[in-house]
Each structure stands twice: as C-alpha cells, then as structure tokens.
Design a protein around this ligand. Structure first.
Ligand SMILES: Cc1cc2nc3c(=O)[nH]c(=O)nc-3n(C[C@H](O)[C@H](O)[C@H](O)COP(=O)(O)OP(=O)(O)OC[C@H]3O[C@@H](n4cnc5c(N)ncnc54)[C@H](O)[C@@H]3O)c2cc1C
Length: 476
C-alpha cells in the first residue's frame, strides 16, 4: 500500500519533493523532531507541495490510502502538533515551499500570502508597501503564517490588534477530501452563514490544510516608544495596566510582565544584556506606546503616564528607551527569558490565561500552593499581562536534577496548576494550542457541550479522521 501511495505522491508533487527514509542521503530529522525536543516521530514521507492544487492532490492520495497527514509550517509549535507519531505511517505535509506574496491591496488594507510565508517576511512585505502587519512573536524568523493561523497565535501586540484570528479576513483551504475552498475574501463584512474561516483558524491542522490567507494591514505608527518599569506588586502591575489604557488608549500596543526570578535568569545566563531595575522589585513591566502623530507627542504622553504611576505608588522606578536600539534591547531581554530558562535546565511550561483582574490572586495562591507541595520549586513567571496570558513555568529546586524533576513531577505540577486555573475561570492554553501535549487534559477542563460540538465538527469535516489525528481531540 505504501508503495502505491508514495508513487501517487511523487506523481502529485514531483519525485524531488517526496523525501523518505529509503533514500540514505535524506535526513528527515528537521521535520520529525519538535522544537521543544519533547517528541521525535518517524514519517512515512515528507511531502513538499508547491501549490494549492498540489496540496489537494496529496490529500486525495492520502485519503484514498487511508493515510493520515500532519501539516507542518515552521515547526516552532510548542505543544507537539506538527511532527509525526512514531509509527512511520504518517505523511508530513510541509508548506514551506508555498511562500509567495500573492497580492497587496493598499486601498482595502489587505495582503494575500501563501501559507508557507515566514511571519517576518510577511511583516517586511507589509512594511515595504508602507503598512504594518502587527502579529509579532519571538519565533517570527521561522514560524509561518499558515502555522500562525492554524494555532491562532498571539504574541506581543494582542492587546491592541488581537490574535492571528482577528488579523485574517479570508482563507484558502484544502479540505480533508482534497477539495480547494477558495475563501480568500478581503471583506470586513460578510454575513452569509456560518463562519468557515473561524473554524479552520485555531484548528491545528485537524480539519484541513490552510494554503493561503488574506490578512489585515494597518498604518505604520509615526513613533513607537518603549518603557521599562519596576512595580512593587502584581496588583500594582494590573493597576498600571488600567492607567496605561486610560492614558494611551489605542496607543498602548504592548504590556508585558516579568517576575524577578525570570529576569535573574537572564542576568545570570546573558549578563551582556544588562537587565535594568530587577534586583529590588518582585516584578518589572515592559510597556510599548505606538503613536500616530510624532515622537514628541508619544514621549509627552508616556512621561505623563509614568509620572502619575510614580505618584500613585504603582511604579517604583522607570526608564524610557532613548533610541530604537535601546527599545530593541529591552524587548530582547523580555524575549530572552525562555532561552535563559532553557540554559538553567529542563522545566515544566504552562501557557495559561486568567481574567486580568484575578491574576494577582491566582499567582499569590498558586505560588504558595506549589511551595507547600514542593518546597523550593522556582517559578519563572512572565507573559503578556495585557492579555491576561502568563507563561507560568516551574523549574526544579536549586541543585536538584532537572530531568528527574520533570519526569517525576510534571503530572503533579500540571494537575496543581491546571486545577488552580480552572478555579480562577482561566484557560489551560492561552496561545500555544493543544497539540498532543494537552489533548488528554482537554476533556477535564473544557465544557462538555463545547467538546461534543467540537467532535461533531471534526466528524463532519474529516470523517476519515486523517487530518492530524491525536491532536486537540483524543478519542472519547
Ligand atoms: C521562541 C518561541 C517563541 C514563541 N512565542 C510565541 C508567542 O509569543 N505566541 C504564540 O502564540 N506562540 C508562540 N510560539 C509558538 C509558535 O511559534 C506558534 O505556535 C506558531 O504560530 C507556529 O507556527 P509554525 O509555522 O511554526 O507552525 P508549526 O509548528 O509547523 O505547526 C503548528 C500547528 O499548526 C498546524 N499547521 C501548520 N501549518 C498549517 C497549515 N498551513 N494548515 C493547517 N495546519 C497547519 C500543525 O499541524 C500544528 O498542529 C513561540 C515559539 C517559539 C519557539
């Protein structure tokens, strides 16, 4: 059977674009290993189509053979969703050859790109045309727009521009039956029935393959300023967020929080980065102000905000970047936290969301709970506070064997944190998705009716269950 399928795949995309283990020169590890090194699979083949028609032919061949398909973009996902399982029977469908910018419509403020376009290239294409495409995350040099939409990625600009979902007007999708849905609409209003676009966004490759998207563009800001503030408590950070919304309105485009231990790791492992103001404060905050008028206007508003915050005791000290280079340096510190944490050793990651108003109480309670249950654990707490999204990561006690801690304690730590998230009406996956890492947890934390509706959608769109099986939904 697999010989017949491989012949059909070669027919569909050309022999050079079908990579298998039979070829001793082919190294498939880049497609088989996930970014976090949590899982390594084995593919029957890696197939690299160059057009939507070729994707459709690949899907039809796999459907005829009953072979499952794992769509893959940049393979930067953090929940083990884009690599094959270990059976050697799944086909990895890599979209990276489909990387054309198809069209820019300046008057409509839209950009149409193929799914395999790397996010940074999409941002650059927008900027070259004089616009902003605001989706922004630390993996932007490798992740693709198809992967961003399939995971409904978030990042650092969500509080102003929304997730990937809010930035997308239309999609082109190859269905699980190998048909092409031409839905590349640039319309901001279209109430003609169910929103199929929103079904595929966030579906993590389990309903179909996104092959292209029409995205929203925004005017480039005239000025962008970044400030770094030390705050005395998490409660003060939340109050500062409210104040910043009131002072800056739509100009507030970034609001990140970073715990002292997280910043201490950056200081320890990347001392050249010179982390400001972290030693005397439990938390620091990074704020970004985008202004449509001028740098002077932006600076005046920012300084007023920070003066008020200092007077009100919400901020104990603050610096405003004097240049673009300084601003980039501050963002670089924030984005270096995951790398510093990796340098410190293996750890247990959580990507959770809680209503912003309840974040301080959640952290106070859950920090204390973890210390009681596992004395000495170290919390690497940071994230997109403006969106209520924390990366609430747990590191082994100092001097402990990190690998042993991960193997022995991960299930218990997850149970403690996820139960606490549920008590605070939060979500166990804010922006990274479910993949296979969280699929088994979903039935415990998702509303039963919602889960039943999700299963019905899956059954209707992919009755053969060939699209990325075992991801998002596990068998009941
Ligand atoms: C350093 C780092 C920082 C990160 N920061 C953030 C962050 O701030 N916010 C955030 O949300 N995420 C973040 N991520 C996670 C990751 O970058 C995002 O999930 C990203 O959207 C994945 O894109 P990708 O192209 O790499 O997709 P992949 O990893 O290849 O795939 C992810 C999922 O999407 C599916 N998929 C991929 N392409 C398609 C397609 N064309 N059609 C259908 N399904 C498809 C896959 O099957 C898989 O289930 C970060 C990752 C790293 C490594």
């Amino acid at each position: 059977m697999s010989t017949l399928l491989l012949a059909a795949l070669r027919e569909a995309v050309g022999p050079a674009q079908v990579l298998t283990h039979d070829d001793p020169a082919a190294d498939l590890s880049a497609w088989e290993q996930d970014w976090r090194q949590r899982a390594r699979g084995r593919a029957l083949a890696v197939v690299r189509p160059g057009s939507a028609a070729e994707v459709a032919a690949v899907v039809r061949a796999c459907a005829a053979a009953g072979t499952s398909i794992v769509p893959q973009g940049g393979n930067t996902g953090l929940v083990v969703g884009s690599v094959p399982d270990v059976t050697g029977t799944q086909v990895v469908l890599s979209l990276t050859r489909m990387n054309a910018v198809r069209a820019i419509d300046a008057a409509n403020l839209t950009l149409t790109v193929e799914a395999g376009c790397v996010l940074q290239n999409v941002q650059e294409a927008a900027e070259k045309a004089g616009f902003l495409f605001p989706l922004s995350l630390a993996a932007q040099g490798s992740c693709t727009i198809g992967g961003n939409l399939a995971t409904n990625a978030g990042g650092t600009q969500v509080l102003r521009y929304g997730n990937a979902r809010e930035l997308c007007l239309g999609l082109e999708v190859v269905t699980a039956q190998g048909e092409v849905w031409h839905g590349l609409s640039g319309l901001r209003k279209d109430n003609t029935g169910y929103d199929l676009r929103d079904l595929f966004i966030g579906s993590e490759g389990t309903l179909g393959v996104i092959t292209a998207a029409t995205l929203k563009l925004y005017p480039l800001p005239a000025a962008q300023l970044t400030a770094w503030a030390a705050v005395p408590t998490l409660e003060a950070a939340v109050a500062l967020l409210g104040l910043a919304h009131r002072h800056l309105g739509a100009g507030l485009t970034g609001f990140e929080v970073m715990g002292q231990f997280a910043l201490g790791l950056v200081d320890r492992h990347f001392s050249a980065l010179r982390v400001p103001l972290w030693q005397d404060s439990p938390y620091c905050v990074l704020l970004e102000n985008s202004d449509s008028e001028s740098e002077e206007h932006a600076r005046a508003r920012f300084e007023r905000l920070l003066e008020t915050a200092l007077e009100d005791g919400l901020v104990s000290d603050a610096v405003v970047a004097e240049s673009l280079a300084q601003a980039r340096g501050l963002w670089h510190i924030r984005e270096s936290i995951p790398l510093a944490q990796a340098e410190e050793g293996l750890n247990i990651k959580h990507d959770i969301s809680i209503p912003v108003s309840r974040i301080p109480a959640f952290c106070n309670d859950t920090d204390a709970l973890l210390q009681r249950e596992m004395p000495g654990v170290r919390l690497v707490n940071f994230g997109h506070l403006g969106d209520g999204n924390l990366h609430y990561n747990v590191q082994a006690p100092a001097g402990a064997d990190a690998k042993k801690f991960l193997n022995e304690q991960e299930a218990r730590v997850n149970a403690l944190v996820f139960d606490a998230v549920a008590r605070y009406d939060g979500s166990i996956s804010a922006e990274h998705g479910v993949g296979s890492l969280k699929a088994a947890h979903l039935p415990h934390f998702k509303d039963a009716v919602a889960l039943g509706l999700m299963r019905s959608v899956k059954q209707a769109l992919d009755p053969q269950q060939i699209m990325n099986p075992g991801r998002v939904l596990v068998s009941p």
